[in-house]
Design a protein around this ligand. Structure first.
Ligand SMILES: NC(=O)c1ccc[n+]([C@@H]2O[C@H](COP(=O)([O-])OP(=O)(O)OC[C@H]3O[C@@H](n4cnc5c(N)ncnc54)[C@H](OP(=O)(O)O)[C@@H]3O)[C@@H](O)[C@H]2O)c1
Length: 282
């Protein structure tokens, strides 16, 4: 496994597993299988309603807690009581600390919640803090109002939407990009682009492995989601080959600067109103 060094000096694995849209039993199994084949980064969120299952997968794997880089996210409904929400998240995951804690969406009292995350860093409950789905203006607002620069911004990123402008904006802060939808949520037209077919033949890898290797070579951390044991194995087996500069340039030509998902104002209001009881999960 290769690692990235973050702006606070800590290290994060370049590839991990995401657990979005996974029922608790599937998330537990995927986390267990991933850890067994060498993954060390796991991404979940309050809103995925599977943090307890992720915690069980970690325990069942027998991998030592300190070897694992565990990432989760606070949902806007808990921003106003973020100190308590961080403790509740720790309890659900059944861990003493979280490696990386995000604010999931840029709505509600995100400045207050970010300050609570800073307190949690000082209290040793959280190692690194970060933002997810925040546009530049709100990232800057957080940076100006708070002490600790975000270690990551987690956003949709893949060859059709490489986030070139955002990455240039983040560079002075040393903030890294963690890519969600790294495989375009499995979109076959992306995965089967001819450039990936020919590179897969050249390197004896799958098209998905070529895409994930591209991400890590352009500096993104990837958290592909999968319930398929073979895909889980493949998605971390990407560090034994290196794409050439010419191949990276060919992949850059796929840039359409177009996201699969764009949150509308209505969607953001929906996020603000969505307030499930996160403790009601098996
Ligand atoms: N912060 C946010 O708002 C946000 C939003 C969305 C996602 N995320 C995070 O990002 C993670 C990744 O996103 P995602 O899971 O939606 O999209 P993704 O990783 O781009 O794609 C997942 C899809 O690709 C398939 N797949 C995975 N590995 C494959 C392989 N080697 N070959 C072929 N197909 C493969 C999976 O199916 P199989 O199960 O069959 O392998 C699944 O259908 C999430 O799990 C979550 O942790 C965050």
């Amino acid at each position: 496994m290769d690692y990235i060094t973050l702006n606070n000096g800590t290290k994060c694995p370049l590839a991990g597993i995401g657990t979005f849209l996974m029922e608790p039993a599937d998330a537990e199994e995927a986390v267990y299988n991933a850890l067994k084949v060498g993954y060390r980064l796991i991404d979940t969120a309050n809103a995925y309603m599977n943090e307890r299952a992720v915690g069980r997968g970690i325990k069942r794997s027998g991998v030592a807690r300190e070897e694992i880089y565990l990432s989760t996210k606070l949902w806007p409904s808990v921003y106003a009581k973020a100190d308590e929400a961080i403790d509740a998240t720790l309890r659900r995951l059944d861990v003493d600390y979280i490696d990386l804690l995000f604010l999931h969406q840029p709505v509600g009292d995100y400045i207050g919640a970010y300050k609570a995350m800073e307190r949690a860093v000082k209290a040793g409950k959280v190692r690194s803090i970060a933002l997810s789905n925040f546009p530049e203006k709100q990232i800057k607002e957080v940076i100006d109002a708070c002490e600790i620069a975000p270690a990551f911004v987690q956003v949709e990123a893949h060859p059709y939407y490489p986030q070139t402008a955002l990455k240039a904006f983040l560079k002075p802060y040393g903030t890294a990009v963690m890519a969600w939808y790294p495989l375009g949520h499995g979109d076959k037209s992306l995965v089967n682009e001819p450039v990936f077919v020919s590179l897969a033949e050249k390197y004896h890898k799958s098209n998905a492995q070529i895409i994930l290797r591209w991400h890590t070579q352009v500096g993104n951390v990837v958290i592909p989601g999968s319930k398929n044991v073979q895909h889980i194995k493949d998605n971390v087996d990407i560090f034994d080959f290196t794409l050439t500069d010419d191949e990276i340039s060919k992949i850059a030509k796929l840039d359409r600067n177009k996201a699969y998902y764009k949150a509308s104002k209505v969607a953001l209001l929906g996020y603000l109103a969505f307030a499930p009881d996160f403790d009601k999960q098996p």
